[in-house]
Design a protein around this ligand. Structure first.
Ligand SMILES: [Fe+2]
Ligand SMILES: [Fe+2]
Length: 333
């Protein structure tokens, strides 16, 4: 169901040509990666490369669609028609990002049903950031500014990822993410020009989202299990810690313009390094949320499963229509 119109060997089922260990294929693959070239859906690839990409792209897709939930929660309560229209467009974009990414994962010979089953059963991961609650309207602005901002830092290098279908999906996603970041910042600037209560609301949201945003870059390089191999394969171009530093450096300046403080007493400019130093990250919290014990893990998953079940009739109708069309085409031929 829903696979793309591509003739892709099911590597894990029929032992198609790509799964065969072949020294010559491997050498050609390595040479292309070393030259900065792209690997396409029908090219031979090592099984571990394929599995890494399926894991990464599907986690990314799951994060996009689970990420619709904390913000979708505020569509009915947006303060103005303009803000409602912007938020609707943004949440729809995230749904679109999920679709491009599931389609990119499918080119690796895995079905969308399998991927969604892994999400619904709790086997697959998605970004820990979406297990935090959105308590006030200011959270919507802060999510755009910090969460989409961190996502852009993470995702721009993926536009040059060695797997072509993923890289091309990311080009479009990054363009839309930059709109998301700008709308969040614009929302916050507006609130900061409002009442004291609104300014307090913004500061409170920044205090709650700052550390989880910093955690979005994942564990330190020294503790990141997949980083080294992913760099060799050209999937990961910049390390977790370097991306995190880039994000902190850019964001501190934006916080000054906005007029908010960031909740880290150790945050200060280090002239020698030419970067901001920042405090220690609470990795216990990160691991707890990833393990399913964040504030909203249960809610998020049950909302996804409910959406899947409520949408069953759409999938059935689409399948019945496709079968009817195919039968008609066959009869005509
Ligand atoms: Fe997105
Ligand atoms: Fe976004």
């Amino acid at each position: 169901m829903y696979t793309q119109a591509l003739d892709i060997p099911q590597q894990n089922q029929d032992k198609g040509p790509r799964v065969v260990e072949n020294a010559q294929y491997q050498a050609e693959f390595d040479a292309r990666i070393d030259a900065g070239g792209y690997i396409e859906a029908k090219d031979w690839m090592p099984e571990a490369y394929r599995k890494t990409l399926v894991r990464q792209i599907s986690q990314h897709a799951h994060s996009e669609i689970v990420g619709m939930l904390p913000e979708g929660n505020w569509i009915t309560r947006a303060p103005t028609l303009k803000r409602k229209a912007i938020l609707l467009a943004k949440v729809q974009d995230e749904g679109g990002h999920g679709l491009y990414l599931y389609a990119a994962a499918e080119t690796l010979g895995v079905s969308r049903d399998e991927l969604l089953e892994a999400l619904h059963s709790g086997k697959a991961k998605y970004s820990s950031i979406f297990n935090y609650p959105t308590l006030t309207w200011a959270d919507i602005g802060v999510i755009g500014w910090l969460v989409d901002g961190a996502a852009i830092m993470n995702q721009i290098p993926l536009c040059k990822c060695s797997y072509g279908p993923y890289a091309r999906a990311m080009v479009r996603i990054c363009k839309e993410e930059s709109f998301h970041q700008r709308q969040g910042y614009d929302l916050l600037l507006t609130m900061m020009q409002g009442t004291d209560e609104q300014r307090e609301m913004v500061q409170d949201a920044v205090n709650r989202w700052w550390w989880p945003s910093i955690m979005m870059f994942g564990p330190h390089d020294s503790e990141s299990t997949h980083s080294e191999q992913s760099s060799r394969w050209g999937i990961k171009r910049i390390s977790n810690d370097d991306l995190r530093q880039k994000f902190v450096d850019a964001t501190v300046e934006q916080a000054k313009v906005l007029g908010v403080s960031l909740p880290d007493p150790d945050l200060k400019w280090n002239a020698e390094r030419g970067h901001y130093d920042f405090g220690a990250i609470d990795w216990d919290e990160f691991r707890t949320v990833i393990a399913g014990h964040g504030q909203c893990n249960v809610d998020r998953l049950s909302a996804r499963v409910k959406a899947w079940e409520d949408g069953a009739w759409v999938r059935e109708a689409a399948l019945a229509y496709a079968e009817k069309q195919a039968a008609r085409a066959k009869a005509a031929a």
